[in-house]
Ligand binder design. Structure first.
Ligand SMILES: *Cc1c(COP(=O)(O)O)cnc(C)c1O
Length: 402
């Protein structure tokens, strides 16, 4: 055996970087004064949560921002705020993560799944064919891949379909220079540990729509204290909605906001680091026989916090063999084609509470998607090593006749 064959990776695919010292100090300061609830403010104090909202609104260029308890909560709140009611149907991606159809189900609505293309984005033809089935699309930029957003908005606008964007993997990304989350009526983000900002749990919602913003704030549980927000519409917007919008508590607290604000200031630098790792992996995997990389469009500014490739039309046993061989060398890959849902399931047919649909073209693609996290604790050398391992093991199985 050559040395290269025995190379082993020993890093941890779920280990993120520590919380920055500045953020730790800000969190300790909140704990020292004890005012953790977002509306618990000393005289003249603006509070970490309202400041985070103001800063995130500026970061995305949105008029309004609301910080909440999770990304999933932001999605459900957006659906309620645009008026989705029990029994309604909501279009969404067949390839997404469980909290997306879960948010739809949480408001008593039914997901209608739209197919996925080889670019791992929503199939715009399938979308166009289904636009008459719902008045809302919850568009998930799954694994950070952006579809042609100009085209998508054109067809949704023409059909009068409201777009809510799930930007859990696209915070910091853009399409033709427009930040992800700013094409649709509402953009929703997650600050859960595996996303681009880490407060353990947390979510953010942005919009330019005054009524949607006011409703979302009321929904999150504002106890009529909306005047303490810094990225909210004026009091007149609440006069319309405050009596008929229920309180479904899901606020963010000052502790999490304190942790997030310094991270947000550093996000652009982190994106550069993610993309250097992504590009190292991509370079190492390029032209591997049997393996298809996802071509990133010119118009897309992406955040390479994970990487996907396709083993398109491979036999399931061969894909399993690649996964097992990579795992034996310390490289943890996730396969979306696995028949039985495991951790972080992402296929429409695992969500059996939704009406059954058949999407054979998407099934073919889902069966070939292999995914890997790229935590910033990996060095560029780590990424080059991981690519060598994947390349060797895909090659070995491919040569044996995948
Ligand atoms: C993480 C994630 C969410 C929201 O997740 P929370 O855990 O509720 O913050 C939504 N969509 C996708 C695609 C995600 O990966």
């Amino acid at each position: 055996m050559t040395l290269r064959m025995t190379e082993q990776f020993t890093g941890n695919f779920t280990q993120q970087e520590p919380i920055p010292e500045e953020a730790i100090e800000a969190a300790v300061a909140v704990m020292r004064h004890g005012r953790l609830h977002r509306y618990n403010l000393a005289g003249g104090e603006q509070g970490e949560v309202a400041l985070l909202e103001q800063e995130f609104a500026a970061f995305t260029g949105a008029k309004y921002c609301l910080a909440v308890a999770s990304g999933g909560y932001a999605l459900a709140t957006a659906l309620r705020a645009v008026g989705v009611a029990p029994g309604d149907r909501v279009l969404t991606n067949a390839f997404t993560l469980a909290p997306v159809p879960g948010a739809i189900a949480s408001v008593g609505a039914q997901p209608v799944f739209v197919g996925v293309t080889e670019a791992l984005t929503i199939d715009l033809e399938d979308l166009a064919a289904k636009l008459d089935q719902a008045r809302v699309l919850m568009l998930s930029h799954m694994r950070g891949h952006l579809c042609d957003m100009d085209r998508l908005m054109e067809i949704c606008d023409a059909a009068g379909v409201v777009v809510i964007e799930d930007c859990a993997h696209t915070m910091g990304a853009a399409w033709n220079g427009v930040p992800s989350g700013r094409h649709g009526r509402v953009g929703c983000y997650s600050c859960q540990t595996y996303k681009h900002l880490n407060s353990g749990e947390g979510g953010l919602l942005v919009t330019d729509d005054e009524e949607v913003a006011a409703r979302a704030i009321m929904l999150s549980g504002s106890y009529m204290l909306y005047s303490r927000h810094l990225a909210a519409p004026g009091p007149e917007a609440f006069e319309q909605v405050k009596y008929d919008t229920p309180n479904i508590s899901g606020r963010m607290d000052h502790l999490r906001a304190a942790i997030l604000r310094p991270q947000l200031r550093n996000l652009a630098a982190q994106v550069t680091r993610w993309n250097a790792r992504y590009q190292t992996l991509e370079t190492g995997l390029r032209d591997t026989p049997g393996l298809t990389l996802v071509q990133r469009p010119e118009a897309e500014t992406y955040v390479g916090s994970s990487i996907q490739f396709l083993l398109l039309d491979w036999a399931p046993e061969a894909v399993q063999a690649v996964l097992a061989r990579c795992a034996a060398r310390g490289v943890e890959l996730k396969w979306f084609g696995v028949p039985e849902p495991v951790a972080f399931t992402s296929r429409y047919d695992s969500w059996r509470y939704a009406p059954t649909q058949s999407l054979p073209d998407s099934d073919r693609i889902l069966a070939g998607i292999v995914d890997m996290r790229v935590p910033l604790t990996f060095s560029l050398e780590d990424c080059a090593l991981i690519a060598r391992i994947i390349r060797a093991e895909v090659g070995a199985v491919w040569q044996a006749g995948a």
